[in-house]
Design a protein around this ligand. Structure first.
Ligand code: ELE
Length: 210
């Protein structure tokens, strides 16, 4: 059983990569999570973009205690509470609004709110939130943007996500203000559809060593 993250800082320190997954068939979520854990990546962010996502979270939470399963693409207060009820251990959003923050606070779960500008990061820092997702990372300036924030906002730490690959991940991970990167490259739908869990484990192993 993996220790559950208690804070955003714990999430950033879990592993170098947070796999971001789109699950169409909830039955695939359990072998998928096991494959990621076998490769050395305990975290799995299941995006709330498909009808089966909440069931997938529920199954992983119940059947894969070694995994740390969370919900991604949390964009409404209702999704935040539904994900918590399904057993999510953390929540991730591509952005952040006051309503969403309030709903997430009620769940008591660690949360990575998304930002893509300096002012958004400053606003979170003002509220005492130091760990954030940087989304969409590549489209918003990539590693160069985050590098520029390290001096003026040294208290902010990021999980950049969006367009990152195994090749571009090291340039982010080398920065002092990056804890981990998020990405979907470990779990392409082509592998999920055919159930090639060994390949997912290989990709996870490669990512865990970044
Ligand atoms: O769903 C969310 O909460 C998001 O913010 C978007 C995801 O993090 C990205 O879609 C993952 O990025 P890719 O690795 O480019 O696929």
């Amino acid at each position: 059983m993996t220790t559950k993250p208690a804070s955003g800082a714990d999430l950033l320190d879990l592993a170098p990569v947070m796999p971001v997954v789109v699950v169409d068939d909830p039955a695939t979520a359990v072998p998928l999570a096991r494959a990621l854990v076998a490769g050395g990546l305990p975290g799995v962010e299941i995006t709330l973009r498909t009808p089966g996502a909440l069931e997938a979270i529920e199954r992983v939470a119940g059947e894969v205690p070694e995994a740390v399963v969370g919900a991604g693409t949390v964009t409404t207060p209702e999704q935040a509470s539904a994900a918590a009820r399904a057993g999510a251990s953390f929540l991730v959003s591509p952005g952040c609004t006051p309503r969403l923050s309030a709903a997430v606070a009620e769940t008591g779960l660690p949360f990575l709110p998304g930002v893509s500008t300096v002012s958004e990061a400053l606003e979170l820092l003002e509220r005492g939130v130091h760990e954030m997702k940087f989304f969409p990372a590549e489209a918003s300036g990539g590693a160069a943007f985050l590098k520029s924030l390290a001096s003026p906002l040294p208290q902010a730490r990021f999980c950049p996500t969006g367009g990152i690959t195994v090749d571009s991940a090291p340039s982010y991970l080398a920065l002092p203000n990056v804890g981990c990167v998020g990405g979907s490259w470990l779990t392409p739908s082509s592998l999920i559809e055919v159930g090639d869990w060994d390949r997912v484990t290989e990709l996870a192993r490669e990512a865990a060593q970044l």
